[in-house]
Design a protein around this ligand. Structure first.
Ligand code: FMN
Length: 394
C-alpha cells in the first residue's frame, strides 16, 4: 500500500479535495461578450478529468471596467450565473472541486491580449461598451515598462463600488455552485496595486501607512466572507513580494496574511511580482519551483496554509515540497497545458495505489484495464521503453 501526500485527500472547512493538485487560474482569452464559451467548458472539463483535485477557473472580472482585455469573462450581472453553472457542473462531474478566481484588472485594464503584444487596446466598433471601460487605479501612475493606458485615480465612490462588486460577485459565484473562491491580489492587478507603495501613493485613508494600504483588500475580504458560505473556503492569491524594485516585501505579506486569516481567509496562494516587472533579481531567470520559498515562508511565519506555484513540473518535486512542509497544495499552470492528465501520470510515477483511478471518469477504467492486460506497459508520458506488446488491450 503506497500513499503519497500528493494523492491524499485534503479538507478545508466542509470541502474535501481528492488530492493536493491545484490547477492554477489561467486566462483563456476565449470569452464572447464577456461570457464563457464552449472552449471554457472543454478546457475546464479536461483539467478536471485529468485528475486535479481543485480546478480554478481563470480570473473572472467583477465589474465591466475591470476587464483586462477582450475575451475576458465577467460575473457582474445575474445573467452570468447559468453560463457559469455549466462550467461548475462539468468540473464536478469529473470529480474536481470547482473554484473561481475573482479579479479586477485596475491599471492593467483595456490592454491588447498577449498574442498581440499587450500595450493599450485601440477603440474599435466591435467593442460596443467601450465607454464603460474606464481604467482605474489607487493613483494615476501608469504601469512602468508596459505602454498601458494612463489610469484615473479612484474616488472614494469608486472604491466602495469595487468593494460592493466583489461582494456581489461572490454571491453570484456561490449561486453558480463554485466551492472555493480565490481573490486575485497579485500580479499588479487592482488589489495588489493598493497594497504596493510603488502603485499606491494616496494621501487618504486608503494609502500611505501599511494599515491604510491594506484597508481595501481587508474590506473586500470581510465583505466577501460575510456572503460566502461558512462551509466554503476562501483563498487569496498574493504577490508575496514585489521583487527587485523594492515596494511590497515579505514582512508586509506576513502582516496582511495574519489580518486576512482573522477575517476568515483559509489559504494563501503564493505568487510574486507584477507591479514592476519580474520578482527575480536582475539577470536571473526562473528555475523549478522558483516561488516555493515564498509559500514556505508564509506558512512558517503565519501558520496559515499555502499553495506553491511556478515551474512545478515533476511529480517527485511536488511530493517533496509537500513533505518538507513548504505548502499544502501544489499549483500547476503551464505544465497542465502541456499535459492536462499530469495528475494521472504523477500518480503512476510516484507508485501511489490510486493509480489510474485519479481519473474519475471512463479514462481511468480503460487505462487500468490496459495495465492489467499488458503488464509492464508504460504510457508515453513515462518515457520510451523496449516493450513491444504482442497482446492488444482487451
Ligand atoms: C495562459 C496563462 C493564463 C494565466 N492566467 C492567470 C489568471 O487568470 N490568474 C492568475 O492569477 N494567474 C494567471 N496565470 C499565472 C498562472 O496561474 C501561474 O501562476 C504561472 O503561470 C506560474 O505557474 P506555472 O509555471 O505552473 O505556469 C496565467 C498563466 C498562463 C500561462
Amino acid at each position: 500500500m503506497t500513499q503519497t501526500l500528493l494523492f491524499s485527500p485534503w479538507q478545508l472547512r466542509d470541502v474535501t479535495l481528492r488530492n493536493r493538485v491545484m490547477a492554477a487560474p489561467m486566462w483563456q482569452y476565449a470569452g464572447r461578450h464577456w461570457r464563457p464559451t464552449d472552449w471554457h467548458l472543454m478546457n475546464l472539463g479536461r483539467l478536471a478529468d485529468g485528475g486535479s483535485g481543485l480546478v480554478f477557473q481563470e480570473g473572472t472580472t467583477v465589474e465591466r471596467r475591470g476587464c483586462g482585455t477582450v475575451g475576458d469573462i465577467g460575473i457582474w450581472d445575474d445573467a452570468a450565473v447559468p453560463h457559469l453553472r455549466r462550467l461548475v457542473d462539468i468540473m464536478q462531474d469529473c470529480g474536481a472541486v470547482p473554484g473561481i478566481q475573482l479579479m479586477h484588472a485596475g491599471r492593467k485594464a483595456r490592454q491588447k491580449p498577449p498574442d498581440q503584444g499587450r500595450g493599450p487596446l485601440l477603440r474599435t466598433p466591435e467593442i460596443a461598451d467601450w465607454d464603460d471601460w474606464d481604467v482605474i487605479a489607487p493613483s494615476a501612475i501608469t504601469l512602468p515598462g508596459e505602454s498601458a493606458a494612463a489610469p484615473r485615480a479612484m474616488s472614494e465612490a469608486d472604491i466602495h463600488a469595487v468593494i460592493d462588486a466583489f461582494v456581489a460577485a461572490a454571491r453570484r459565484a456561490d449561486a453558480a455552485g463554485y466551492q472555493v473562491l480565490d481573490l486575485h491580489a497579485a500580479h499588479g492587478y487592482l488589489l495588489h496595486s493598493f497594497l504596493s507603495p510603488l502603485a499606491n501613493q494616496r494621501g487618504d485613508a486608503w494609502g500611505g501607512s501599511l494599515a491604510n494600504r491594506m484597508r481595501f483588500v481587508l474590506e473586500i475580504v470581510a465583505g466577501v466572507r460575510a456572503v460566502w458560505p461558512a462551509g466554503k473556503p476562501i483563498f487569496v492569491r498574493l504577490s508575496v513580494i514585489d521583487g527587485a524594485a523594492g515596494g511590497w516585501a515579505l514582512a508586509d505579506s506576513v502582516a496582511l496574511v495574519r489580518e486576512m486569516h482573522r477575517l476568515g481567509v483559509d489559504l494563501i496562494d503564493c505568487s510574486a511580482g507584477g507591479i514592476a516587472g519580474s520578482p527575480l533579481p536582475a539577470g536571473q531567470s526562473a528555475s523549478y519551483g522558483y516561488q516555493v520559498d515564498l509559500a514556505a515562508a508564509i506558512r512558517r511565519e503565519t501558520g496559515v496554509p499555502t499553495s506553491a506555484v511556478g515551474l512545478i513540473v515533476h511529480a517527485s518535486h511536488a511530493e517533496r515540497i509537500l513533505r518538507e512542509g513548504a505548502c499544502d497544495l501544489v499549483a500547476l499552470a503551464r505544465e497542465l497545458i502541456h499535459n492536462p492528465n499530469w495528475p494521472v501520470d504523477a500518480a503512476i510515477k510516484l507508485g501511489d495505489d490510486i493509480g489510474y483511478r485519479v481519473m474519475k471518469t471512463r479514462g481511468g477504467f480503460w487505462l487500468e484495464r490496459r495495465a492489467a492486460t499488458v503488464p509492464g506497459l508504460r504510457a508515453s508520458t513515462q518515457g520510451e521503453d523496449e516493450l513491444s506488446p504482442r497482446e492488444s488491450p482487451g
